[in-house]
Design a protein. Structure first.
Lengths: 469, 189
């Protein structure tokens, strides 16, 4: 693919958004991009992947090791790469899409239970104390893409277990928000009645930046300046959209908005967070089952979740992006959650046990553009009640409540059947590698990839090469 | 304080200085109803009638979650569209000051602001160019929020001869819009 926008043009239009209002709209805009979008579904409150694609046989339940309210034997799920996992019967809605996504199991999050916020922060920012999200990096100027006017959009942005600090540049949009605004912008897409006044406002914002460039107020003024410039372009782009036929169901509506915004190349990222409280009960998910969750509720929840993921894949497959490509052809779809769950609770009657936090193991699903699909990567231990656990496992989980990621061979990208005596985080696939895989996929420059320490030359967390096409 | 100093010294990402946020919708609304308009009686969410999309304004322009954390107050392209839209409408309304009989749906202007704006109705006649008119409008709209340097820059801009060809409606619009969209009006200090 060639990119008609030359370096000279970049200088003319200005990088970092300075000249975005003058970038050509529509056809010119589309020609300069390798269309690639990210849709991330985050299962807030820590979903239990043993009810999805890291299940365990019922003998674990008979031996009082793992509560299993599905009460059905899982089936072996073997990927096109020859790696396997156990799939719970709740995953039935996804069987028809087996070759459309890949499973990554056995991902280490943190040696200790640091609550929900810490792992969510690690996922989005790379630090358990939080910080800027990696998602806007997808919209960074790089070899293939020019920044879009929206970093991204989100649905249900107010995660209960994480502050919203990761997501400020992702915009929560509902159909009603955008529809009424678009109607007004169609009448007049100008931000100001007189261009002179907008130019003067931008000049004052720019002047504010110079007051004390390292100061918070100057930086805030700089953000106002940068975003107001983008807003002129965004207003024009919004005025061209038609949101009159949106579905009333929240997730489907959000998918439709994502589709339209992607088609118009206005944004590159969408983050959907599952909701604890939703107008539509089928869209309501609470995974943090510390108490007895109830067998039927558990079955219903994970079947609905599988159906939701299947519906999302179906939407991407059947929605045309253009005359030749589906939305799935241009979108990478990822399913994430904070961490896994323990197999049972300590000191609780097994018959009515819930599950606690398990940061020693997590799972992810990947589909769409750039992903080698139909495969299984990574694995967790404790596959049977007879399995001998490693010293490293017992070091972090002396009560044997958890599954733990298996050590990972980063050269061959396969889980290792070894039993290390002592835990060493470098020997495990972890969440930072998952994020670096996404950053690599989107050609985000390495300077933004996650490193093993804050030292400048610290090694990067290795990305999962075999997950990418 | 010592904990904060320690965290900063550890160079943790969230301990680093972050850009100043916008003041949030509630504070913005309060500013507008203390400086621009008389607050309508019996209205709970007064500004909502001014702009589309009404229901999302507080969410997109910054709101206090659990009463303590200001969220969504970082400038982004979408909230800048909404903000510009709101300020454009207000500035457009203020620009009608010299035509008081034109119907509109806005609340009545603060009397001090009305008087300040009326001084520009004969723009660019010499009487409207008097220094005190600019000072009075600045005082009405900014209430000493702006730095003296910022006030001076604003006055120099609108007192320059290139402005004298503009109509009274345009000059009142531009003066108002530029004050409402100024970082000193929008950002937390």
């Amino acid at each position: 693919m060639t990119y008609p926008l030359k370096r000279r043009d970049l200088l003319k239009y200005g990088i970092a958004g300075i000249g975005l209002p003058f970038l050509p709209l529509r056809s010119g805009w589309s020609q300069i991009q390798d269309d690639h979008f990210l849709y991330m579904l985050h299962l807030d409150s820590a979903a239990d992947f043993t009810y999805l694609f890291d299940a365990r046989p019922l003998e674990m339940t008979k031996n009082n090791l793992q509560v299993n309210y599905m009460e059905e034997e899982p089936t072996l799920w073997t990927g096109l790469n020859g790696q396997s996992c156990w799939a719970s019967t709740a995953t039935a809605p996804l069987h028809a899409y087996k070759n459309d996504f890949s499973i990554v199991n056995g991902v280490f999050v943190h040696p200790n239970d640091i609550g929900h916020t810490g792992p969510t922060d690690i996922l989005f920012s790379g630090s358990q104390f939080g910080g800027p999200s990696f998602l806007p990096l997808i919209n960074t100027l790089n070899a293939k893409n020019l920044p879009t006017t929206l970093d991204g959009i989100k649905l249900n942005g107010r995660m209960l277990f994480s502050v919203d600090r990761h997501q400020s540049s992702l915009i929560e949009l509902s159909g009603s928000d955008v529809s009424s605004l678009i109607a007004a912008l169609k009448i007049n897409p100008q931000l100001s009645l007189y261009p002179d006044s907008l130019a003067f406002v931008l000049q004052r914002m720019q002047e504010g930046v110079l007051l004390n460039p390292q100061g918070q107020w100057s930086q805030g003024s700089g953000q106002l300046h940068q975003q107001l410039q983008k807003a002129s372009q965004l207003a024009r782009e919004l005025s061209h959209l038609d949101f009159s036929q949106l579905d009333t169901q929240a997730q489907r509506q959000f998918l439709q908005i994502f589709s339209k915004i992607s088609e118009a190349r206005m944004g590159r990222v969408a983050l959907e967070v599952t909701a604890f409280f939703a107008g539509d009960p089928s869209e309501q998910f609470f995974f943090d089952d510390h108490g007895f969750p109830g067998a039927s509720e558990t079955r219903d929840k994970y079947q609905r979740l599988s159906q939701k993921i299947a519906n999302t894949l179906e939407f991407f497959k059947t929605t045309a992006f253009d005359s030749q490509r589906s939305l799935l052809d241009v979108t990478t779809f990822v399913v994430t959650t904070e961490f896994g769950r323990t197999m049972r609770q300590q000191g609780v009657d097994f018959a009515t046990s819930g599950t606690d936090h398990n940061p020693l193991c997590n799972s992810y699903l990947f589909a769409g553009k750039g992903i080698r699909t139909g495969c299984v990567f990574g694995a967790s231990d404790f596959q049977s009640s007879q399995e001998t656990l490693s010293g490293a496992h017992l070091q972090l989980d002396k009560d044997q409540l958890c599954l733990m990621a298996k050590p990972f061979d980063f050269t061959n990208e396969l889980p290792l059947d070894v039993l290390p005596e002592v835990f060493n985080e470098d020997h495990y696939l972890n969440v930072n590698s998952i994020v670096n895989t996404l950053l690599r996929l989107f050609s985000v420059p390495e300077e933004h990839h996650r490193r093993k320490s804050t030292a400048v030359n610290s090694p990067l967390y290795p990305y999962l090469r075999s997950l990418l096409k | 304080m010592s904990i904060i100093a320690l965290l900063i010294s550890l160079n943790l990402p969230w301990a680093a200085a972050e850009p100043s946020k916008m003041i949030g919708f509630a504070a913005l609304e309060q500013k507008i109803f203390s400086r621009v308009y008389e607050k309508p009686q019996g209205e709970l969410l007064e500004l909502y009638g001014f702009i589309v999309p009404p229901q999302s304004f507080s969410q997109h322009l910054g709101f206090y979650d659990n009463g303590s954390t200001l969220k969504n107050a970082e400038p982004n392209s979408f909230n800048m569209v909404l903000l510009s839209f709101l300020m454009d409408r207000i500035a457009h309304n203020l620009a009608q000051t010299c035509n008081p009989n034109d119907p509109n749906n806005f609340p009545p202007l603060k009397s001090t602001l009305q008087k300040s704006l009326s001084a520009f109705c004969d723009w660019p006649a010499p009487s409207s160019l008097e220094q005190k008119n600019f000072d009075q409008l600045l005082l009405s709209m900014t209430v000493f929020d702006f730095s003296s340097k910022e006030q001076l820059a604003w006055k120099q801009h609108f007192q320059s001869p290139s402005q004298f060809t503009k109509s009274r409606e345009q000059i009142i619009y531009e003066m108002s819009y530029s004050l409402l969209m100024n970082p000193y009006f929008l950002l937390k200090k």
